[in-house]
Design a protein around this ligand. Sequence first.
Ligand code: ADP
Ligand code: MG
Ligand code: MG
Length: 211
Amino acid sequence: SYVLDKAYFVKVIEDLAAIVEEQRDYLTGLDSAIGDGDHGLNLSIGFREVSKNLSEWQKENLTILFKKIGMALLGKVGGSAGPLYGSLFMKMGEPAGGKDVVDFNEFCNMLKAGIEAVEMRGKAVVGEKTMVDALRPALDALTKAVEDGVAPKIAFEKMLDSAKAGRESTIPLIAKKGRAMRLGERAIGHVDPGSASSCIILEMFYKNMPQ
Ligand code: ADP
Ligand code: MG
Ligand code: MG
């Protein structure tokens, strides 16, 4: 049967920390256009703290591991993204139920819990030019693919495709949440930085999944 073990999750987090460094200037550039130009920097600060502790934290079960990652993001990262991604990771661990290995259904429940936590925390809905524009359609596509009996990695590919389409959907929007709200119509024509970082996060989960 299809399982995802701790080594998988640790590799995802390591890759995430690396790609955040690689994409830091890209994300900060997006945020310079419609925010305060710190989104890449914020994530870099957060994931450096995670990296520093990961060898210690990976001794813990998945619930505690994710909780520690989320708490680090919450504690170290200022601005909106810290609490939002902090909630995502903290809540993601809960459906793992204190185990070291999860099956695909449990993994889907982890993503659901994490994404719903972002929605609860930020109170954003689709169309407000935030990370929710990538995360909500991604979750809906995953749920549908699972219902249709699509194989795990293909289901995740569909999830990622929807996240990327959601990211692109933010370009023509005016922001109704977050800093970009202040720009009004001047936000039109720019990708929302949080929707871009959300795609990067989901892509690392996808990329490392076994076939
Ligand atoms: P800040 O805007 O405080 O500098 P960041 O630049 O790190 O924080 O993050 C900005 C991103 O946070 C935005 O691009 C948007 O996707 C996301 N965001 C802001 N407010 C909300 C919210 N209420 N709900 C969901 N996402 C939000
Ligand atoms: Mg910012
Ligand atoms: Mg800021």
